[in-house]
Design a protein around this ligand. Structure first.
Ligand code: MG
Length: 255
């Protein structure tokens, strides 16, 4: 009879081959409109990975409103009517003090945001470098470290979170600055508060178009299908998901 010690490697081998690979999403969530994929569907195809070119930022147009120039958070607010993220060396950093949002409200816009996921890689899937840019306070463009880090496709960087994956994964590595250039058309509602046209967005991630006039199904939610409720202009909101993601050079043009 084998000794217990001799059985340990065998037991380990059985366990590691029998355990399924880490599941990247869900298969018990409701279907998105169209009935093909579920919300955060684990089986939805991963966007192909493509290396972006060198860092280039669009020059700030003369009529742009500067939301963050690297030094102060005066255009932002948050918990207890104060934006308390760390600011240093020309950037701000998520520090678990809660989401921050602009004091002003916006509708349709052109928005430039630069972000960097933490240099120190920690966590995986949705737990690595998670933040987000919310348009009108409701519609999230996901920020996530997707460099050699798979997650469910509708939760990738530059996804319409929980709704629409980007066409490509063009993420730079941890700690490297990345750009989002977001062209957003606000949703329209009629006098009866019925949706007339959905929110739509085109996104350049690191200069590459990865969302082309994509429509939001509704407000961003988790594990559910987003719905619309009539609303007016809202703030640009940045998510505190507990990871020290950095932001810099944020400007907006009203459209
Ligand atoms: Mg997020």
């Amino acid at each position: 009879m084998r000794s217990t010690a001799a059985l340990i490697p065998l037991l380990f081998a059985v366990l590691t081959t029998a355990l399924p690979a880490q599941k990247l999403g869900y298969d018990d969530t409701p279907f998105l409109p169209g009935g093909k994929w579920r919300v955060h569907d684990s089986k939805r195809p991963q966007p192909p990975v493509m290396e972006p070119g060198p860092f280039v930022a669009l020059p700030r147009p003369k009529d742009a409103i500067v939301l963050f120039d690297g030094t102060d958070l005066s255009k932002w607010t948050g918990r207890n009517d104060k934006a308390s993220w760390k600011t240093e060396s020309g950037y701000m950093e998520v520090n678990r003090t809660g989401e921050i949002r602009t004091r002003d409200n916006f509708g349709s816009c052109q928005l430039h945001v630069e972000w960097a996921s933490p240099t120190k890689v920690k966590g995986n899937s949705q737990g690595r470098g998670n933040s987000g840019v919310f348009l009108m306070g409701r519609y999230e463009i996901q920020v996530l470290d997707c460099y050699e880090n798979q997650t469910y496709p509708d939760g990738q960087a530059a996804s319409l979170y929980g709704q629409e994956p980007p066409s490509l994964n063009v993420c730079r590595g941890p700690g490297q600055w990345q750009t989002y250039d977001i062209f957003f058309a606000a949703p329209r509602f009629d006098d009866q508060k019925k949706l007339v046209s959905p929110a739509r967005v085109t996104i350049l991630h690191n200069g590459i178009i990865v969302q082309n006039n994509a429509a939001f199904i509704g407000s961003t939610t988790h594990k559910r299908v987003g719905k619309y409720g009539a609303h007016g202009p809202g703030p640009i909101k940045l998510q505190d998901h507990g990871n020290p993601v950095r932001f810099r050079n944020i400007w907006i043009r009203k459209l």
